[in-house]
Design a binder for this molecule. Sequence first.
Ligand code: GLC
Length: 444
Amino acid sequence: MRTVHVAIFVLVCCTLHAAAQETAAARERRMQWFQDAKLGVFIHWGIYAVNGIDESWSFYNGYISYDDYMKQLQGFTAADYDPDAWADIIRESGARYAVLTTKHHDGVALWPTQASGLNVVEATPAGRDLVGPFCSALRKRGLKTGLYFSQLDWSHPDYPHHTRIQKRYDPLDDPGRWNRFLTFQKRQLSELCHMFQPDLLWFDGDWDYGADLWQAADQRALINSLVPNVIVNSRLNGYGDYATPEQGMPVCRPRDRWWELCMTMNDSWGYQPNDRTYKTPNQIIRLFTECIGMGGNLLLDIGPRADGTIPPEQAAILKETGRWTSKHAEAVYGVRAGIPHGHFYGPTALSPDSTILYLYLHHLPNGPLVLKGIRNKINRIWVVGNGTKLTWDIKMKQYWSSVPGLVYIDVPERVLDEQVTVLAVLLQGPVDLYREYGTGIESN
Ligand code: GLC
């Protein structure tokens, strides 16, 4: 009898363990939509849009007092908020997902949280849930929903930091108080998961403490139990799924299997009418192709006004990005990182079976383009979104040498895109690169 009990116990333990340990293949499947999506829209919307100042940091860093910062609650009307219009323009941009700030470091929740009165329903003239209708609008259009949630909550009486110079207490000195905060935080997280069933959770602010103090493992387990297939960004102290370089464009391919560059259109996350440093659509689309070429995603930020409208400069960038992504869809969605630098002057990407090499042209060609070190026979080259077949010719190929020749491709001016032209090179078989240093004569 005892042996039977032990056997059952072991069986149950193994099953639980297997359920907790996601296999690599299952993880790949869970991450698939994210890997294929390439473009997401980040939305920083909060009371900071009222004065048009830095989100949360403005009071934390002492540029405005906490009380004056909080006065913005009164001006946050969301009067013209139209979640369907947001979702329409996001879809038009070609983004496949969006991430909305449900709570920034200032602690103001955009949904009717039961865990605190500091939410837009109770504390602002907006007076209603702003998260749910947006999630539904995204879903209606087949877009994935991402929710940003700040770990830091500088307004909560049990959060240790209030401003850069005002600290309430140290969690190590008062673990009871810290646990009260964590309980509050888990309650808010559970609400978000229950109410909105997000496809992605975007944490921010884990830098204050380590995984143990944050109880990051518990938080992840809680989220997984409520939304089993959710994807979590890296800012959960090692319990996330993908890396989030911020503002800084990687110069070589990140080591992380999945990553996403989050980037502002000007220099601010939230709405700041005084910030006129907008990048041009051309700069943004070029950066986007670099992300694609290095196997990552771009999470491009917008900052709506306090009334919920999207500023025209931002809408214009989304529209032009959309023109480009829809024309070049085959070279955007579902492609994989390209070939290493040195073979082509510019970003490249590969089709999932590696038989099509996409070349992104950042500059007007001054003479034919050149492709080096490709061992495959080339079957066809065409202009993506335009269809024109291009001719090419091969130079420097010696019959006695295994070093591939240089492929010169002529690109007529009439096929050029205003932003980034994309060529597709159809190879005979999966890409096969020559990565050596050249050779002396092999035979003659
Ligand atoms: C930072 C900032 C924050 C911003 C975020 C976006 O971590 O604290 O203000 O929301 O980056 O990535």
